[in-house]
Design a protein around this ligand. Sequence first.
Ligand SMILES: *Cc1c(COP(=O)(O)O)cnc(C)c1O
Length: 394
Amino acid sequence: MPGGEPLLSGFEDPDEYGFETRAIRAGQPHDPRTGGVVTAIALSTTFAQDGVGEPRFGYEYARTGNPTRHAYEQCIASLEGATHGFAFASGLAAEDVLLRHLKPGDHLLLGDDAYGGTFRLIDKVHARAGLASSAVDLTDTESIRQAWTPSTRMVWFETPTNPLLTVIDIEQVCSVVHELGGLTVVDNTFATPYLQQPIGLGADAVVHSATKYLGGHSDMVGGVVATSHEAIAEHVGFVQNAVGAVAGPFDSYLALRGIKTLPVRMDRHCENAAAIVEVLIAHPRVSDVLYPGLEHHPGHDVAIRQMSGFGGMVSFRLAGGREAAEKAAASTRVFTLAESLGAVESLIEHPGVMTHASATGSALEVPDDLIRISVGIESIDDLVDDLDRALATA
Ligand SMILES: *Cc1c(COP(=O)(O)O)cnc(C)c1O
């Protein structure tokens, strides 16, 4: 990888340093000129060469390689336990590059609960370029075998899923797909590498919306791919440069800064979410709570096996139906009514009308009495009081 080497900090190796140490140090050596402990925002678009075709530090042109972006890419690779990391302008830009690995006529299996924008990208953009796809229930691996066709090349899924918090057994799905000769991509946005590392469980590539927990502060849009699959890495690196939807240096810096506190933020997200779930399951106006931490959640045992915490995302359904859900979602004060997730502040939304409107009428349509919350790291008492007040209106 051009420019990759000079940024190794010596803190990348998961066998040698713990996750929290690597979140702060991996790919981020002290500045060799000043000793600065924070990776500089490198704005230069071009780099001096010592001779024709002899770049001094491996960098030539900033779309191809930028030092701040490389630090971020190496940090992500380390955290996901991958050999390669790539950073993009958005989560969907990262997904687009992985989908370009497929050719016209190929067939993709998509988990039947997914981020609406992922479905739109596959169904409205890549379908026009000749990609066929179908949605399947991946909690049942028999459905993979049934839906498999001679042109199926890839299975793409989230776990936990957005917004239904379904848990997919990564190891089991990957082993079936590999047996059938396909590739697996896991969208690890909800869990983050702190709670779940799909590559170690057999996934060929991991994709993230870094806009969410990795950035963690609702102040940057970004995406990453991590992989140890050499052919995928070669493809992603090539398309990253050839198409150019790269993460800029400021966004790369913000992501690096966010990632340093990912472990402590995730601990608090999990703790607050668990406390809120307790309140919701006891609430008379709530008909169902979807959270992998609940013992009766169908994916609870798998979640315990493959995750080190249940995350900060919670969905629940209201006995009063769509009207009640819309009313409650619009009545909070501490929770902000907004799309997106994964940052320090708590957010509430109605997926059917907001984030998942593009899936209406498809196999990925979500119930209209559903509310999704992204539990932040505020005082838990304030969050509980706020939800109590809002639910009283529903
Ligand atoms: C937000 C999101 C995406 C898309 O990422 P962007 O950064 O908005 O492009 C993909 N997958 C999941 C699970 C998401 O939540």
